[in-house]
Design a protein around this ligand. Structure first.
Ligand code: HEM
Length: 395
């Protein structure tokens, strides 16, 4: 389908190779058109905040079951590795969410806050001792990875190989391939399933006080368990890793904001975390498929149509955010959609991600007061996540 020359096409892989500033400008043009815009592949882009929120909160009309990543994961991958809850509708989704949300209650988070602090303090100590100069591997990936492994109860012996897989995912792949396979390689997926299967067998014999034991006790097994673990590795590690890396760069570019955070990290930490997620949108977009005909934002959508919920655009919507390109950690309210637009799939790890960012930056800014990024982050082009491949740093 030929689109008018001046209307950006989000379905064109070339669009996702544009520099971030040009992409944001294209989103602004699309928002100005009003109604959802038809892309070259026939899907519709939801670029305005209110449209993303409406689609997120009407799961009876906007289905996740057909697959939320673009393009859809091949059927055989879903059969072999099982479906993760982001790609489910009720009643399957509600059942699984009911089980796993028990691991993310405020009480559980309060209980693991000591672990989060220990991980952050270990990372800061390793930076001081080892003097690494690349932030993504040395700090940003380790923080969420260690926290999730601790929550799940993954023994230290397995962590090294899993971390290696995560650090490699996306490296050495072409832009095209990264655009096609969001976030993970099949080899990494197979390895995660093997590891979790082994740990689950151990916990069935000897339960411990961890998430894997709770999931096994709730009769989650085999592919379902493996799919949940790999979802946490992608949804919980890669997103938070990118938020942490963008966070350091944003603080380095905005010394006034950095001074505010350093002066009172406990007070400003949560606002900082939310503003980093709004400004950087670690997940750029997710998809839904229409269950029936429905009018949204002045456009009649038909049953079977795909829509992409473009969080990265909604988070800069000038109708909702004053001066949307400004990085301002005191922004209140901050109704961003970086964790989703509400509704049943809203990010389960929101409070944990806020806690990780708050604790990590409190630790880093206190023990390494001159910490800052050097040069620009190396971004890995993707239509799915706002991934930082490498970020040099000094302190
Ligand atoms: C800055 C970090 C994070 C960002 C930006 C983020 C973003 C998102 C987004 C956009 C969704 C989809 C929401 C929707 O479809 O309405 C999601 C879902 C999810 N996230 Fe996060 N996330 C982050 C951290 C985490 C962490 C730390 C965990 C867990 C340890 C986690 C676990 C999940 C899970 C399990 C889902 C699926 C929920 C469902 O389908 O019911 N996320 N996240």
């Amino acid at each position: 389908m030929v689109l008018q020359r001046e209307i950006p096409d989000l379905a064109d892989p070339a669009f996702w190779r544009l520099p971030p500033g040009q992409r944001l400008e294209a989103f602004r043009v699309l928002r100005g058109l009003g109604a959802p815009v038809r892309c070259g592949d026939g899907s519709y882009a939801l670029v305005r905040h209110r449209d993303v929120v409406e689609a997120s909160r009407r799961p009876d009309i906007f289905l996740s079951g057909p697959g939320v990543t673009t393009p859809r994961p091949p059927g055989w991958v879903r059969r072999v590795f099982g479906d993760s809850m982001v790609n489910m509708d009720d009643p399957r989704h509600a059942r699984l969410r009911g089980v796993v949300s028990r691991a993310f209650t405020p009480r559980v988070l309060a209980r693991i806050s000591g672990d989060v602090q220990r991980v952050a303090s270990g990372i800061a100590g390793d930076v001081i001792a080892g003097r690494p100069d690349e932030f993504v591997a040395a700090v940003a990936t380790r923080m969420p990875f260690e926290v999730i492994c601790t929550m799940m109860g993954v023994p230290a012996a397995y962590r090294r190989e899993l971390l290696g897989e995560i650090l490699q995912a996306g490296e050495g792949t072409t832009v095209r391939r990264r655009l096609r396979v969001p976030g993970r390689s099949l080899r990494a997926l197979a390895r995660m399933h093997r590891v979790i299967g082994r740990v689950a067998r151990q916990r069935r014999r000897a339960p411990a006080d961890d998430l894997i034991s709770a999931l096994v006790a709730a009769d989650l097994r085999g592919r379902e368990l493996g799919a949940f673990f790999s979802l946490l590795m992608v949804a919980g590690v890669e997103t938070t890793r990118n938020a942490i890396a963008h966070g350091l760069h944003l603080l380095s570019e905005h010394p006034d904001q950095r001074a505010l955070l350093a002066a009172d990290p406990d007070r400003h930490g949560p606002g900082f975390a939310d503003e980093v997620v709004r400004h950087s949108s670690p997940i750029i977009q997710f998809r839904r498929t229409l269950a029936r005909d429905h009018e949204l934002g002045g456009r009649l959508l038909r049953a079977g149509d795909d829509v992409v919920l473009c969080y990265a655009s909604a988070n800069r919507d000038e109708d909702v955010f004053a001066d949307p390109d400004r990085f301002d950690l005191t922004r209140r309210p901050n109704p961003h959609v970086g964790f989703g637009g509400g509704g049943p799939h809203f990010c389960l790890g929101t409070a944990l991600a806020r806690q990780e960012l708050t604790v990590l930056f409190r630790e880093l800014l206190t023990r390494l007061p001159d910490l800052r990024s050097v040069g620009e982050p190396e971004l890995v082009p993707s239509s799915f996540d706002n991934r930082v491949g490498r970020l040099r740093f000094t302190y």
